[in-house]
Design a protein around this ligand. Structure first.
Ligand code: TXA
Ligand code: MG
Length: 315
C-alpha cells in the first residue's frame, strides 16, 4: 500500500510502522520513543526480540545524544561518512531503550543519505529505528515494489525510488576509541576497512587494530539470512568442472552478472526479487566472473551471498 510523505508522518505519530526508503535498502520504521510500534516491527517481521535495531538520526548533533561518550574518533568518522552507509556500534546513553538494543550496552546508529527519510526524522524531531523491510531471514527490499511483494501489500510504503547503494550499511563496532584504536567490522558493506583506516591515519595519525572475534550480540549476523524463495548457488565460472558434476540431473537457470562489486551490490537484491516472477526452475546459478575473495571490495557481496545460498561457492 503506497503512501505519501505526510501520511507516513501521521502514521508514525499514531503508533504505526511504515516502510521508508534509505540509500541502502528500504527500512521498516518506527519512532524510537514508541515501544508499542517497535514491538510491531518485531511481530511484522517475525524477528526475535534478541536482534537489536539500528537507530537512524538526521544530524551528528542528534547522534551525540544517544552515544555515551562522544569523542574525536566518532567525530571524524561521522563528519566523513555521514550521511551515508556507515553504522557505528558504540556504548549507548541512557536515552536508548533496551528494547532497541536487545539489552546490550551498545547501540548501532546511522545517519542515512536519503532526502525523504531525513525529512521525516526532522519533522518528527525524533530518531527512527528501522530494520530492513523484509520478513525475518528473507532478502532485503531495494525498491518499494519489493516491499509490496514481500508483505502482500499489507505494509504502508513510501516510494523513494530504487536504493542507490543496494546492500545494507557497513556496521563498524568501536571496541576502543583510545590509542591503540580497536575496531571490528560487524557487517561488511559499501564502506570498506581501508577507507576507514586511511581516514583515521590521516586525521588522527593513529593506526588501527582490527578484531576478528565474533561478539555474541552482533551475531544477529546468523548463517541463514537474505534467503530468496528458491535455492541459490554462486560461482565465478559456469565452466567449473565440479559445478558441472553437481548440476548433472538438475535443471538450473543461469544468471550472469559480469560487473564490478559496486554495481552488483546495487542490483543484487533486485535481481533476486524479480527472478521468481519470471521463471520456473530447480536452482538459480548466479555466475559472477569478476568475484574475487581476495579483494575487500567484494566483502559485502560475498557476505550476503554466502548467507543467501544453500551451497558452498564454486570457484
Ligand atoms: O542499511 C541498513 O543498515 C538498513 C537500513 C534500513 O538502514 N538496516 C538494516 O537493519 O540492515 P537490520 O536490522 O536488517 O540489520 C541490522 C543488523 C542486525 O544484524 C543487528 O543484529 C545488528 O545490525 N545490530 C543492530 N544493533 C546492534 C547492537 N546494539 N549490537 C549488535 N548488533 C546490532
Ligand atoms: Mg535485515
Amino acid at each position: 500500500m503506497y503512501i505519501t510523505l505526510d501520511k507516513a508522518i501521521s502514521l508514525l505519530n499514531s503508533h504505526q510502522v511504515v516502510a521508508l526508503p534509505t540509500e541502502t535498502v528500504y527500512g521498516l520504521a518506527a519512532r524510537s520513543d514508541d515501544e508499542m510500534a517497535i514491538h510491531q516491527i518485531f511481530t511484522t517481521k517475525n524477528r526475535p526480540l534478541t536482534q537489536p535495531l539500528i537507530l537512524h538520526v538526521s544530524s551528528i548533533e542528534m547522534a551525540k545524544k544517544y552515544f555515551a561518550n562522544w569523542n574525536p574518533l566518532y567525530q571524524i568518522l561521522a563528519e566523513h561518512f555521514w550521511p551515508g552507509p556507515l553504522t557505528m556500534l558504540c556504548e549507548k546513553s541512557n536515552l536508548v531503550s533496551p528494547l532497541i538494543t536487545a539489552h546490550s550496552s551498545k547501540v548501532a546508529i546511522r545517519f542515512p543519505r536519503h532526502e525523504l527519510f531525513l525529512k521525516i526524522i526532522e519533522s518528527l524531531n525524533q530518531p527512527l529505528v528501522a530494520p530492513s523491510a523484509n520478513p525475518h531471514q528473507q532478502t532485503s527490499p531495494t525498491k518499494a515494489s519489493h516491499v509490496e511483494q514481500l508483505f502482500a501489500g499489507s505494509i504502508p510504503v513510501l516510494d523513494g525510488g530504487p536504493c542507490a547503494v543496494g546492500v545494507e550499511s557497513t556496521i563498524l563496532e568501536i571496541l576502543s576509541a583510545k590509542n591503540p584504536i580497536q575496531l571490528k567490522i560487524a557487517r561488511p558493506g559499501n564502506i570498506t576497512p581501508s577507507m576507514i583506516q586511511n581516514l583515521i591515519q590521516e586525521k588522527l595519525k593513529q593506526s588501527v587494530t582490527w578484531s576478528q572475534i565474533n561478539s555474541v550480540v552482533a551475531s544477529g549476523q546468523q548463517a541463514i539470512h537474505y534467503r530468496p524463495p528458491y535455492p541459490l548457488l554462486v560461482t565465478n565460472s559456469a565452466e567449473s568442472p565440479s559445478l558441472k558434476i553437481f548440476l548433472k540431473n538438475k535443471s538450473p537457470v543461469f544468471l550472469i552478472l559480469n560487473e564490478d562489486a559496486e554495481v552488483i551490490e546495487q542490483e543484487l537484491y533486485d535481481k533476486i526479487h524479480s527472478f521468481p516472477l519470471l521463471n520456473q526452475f530447480d536452482l538459480l546459478v548466479l555466475v559472477i566472473p569478476q568475484l574475487n575473495p581476495n579483494l575487500e571490495k567484494w566483502n559485502a557481496v560475498i557476505d550476503r551471498l554466502s548467507k543467501a545460498s544453500c551451497f558452498p561457492f564454486y570457484f
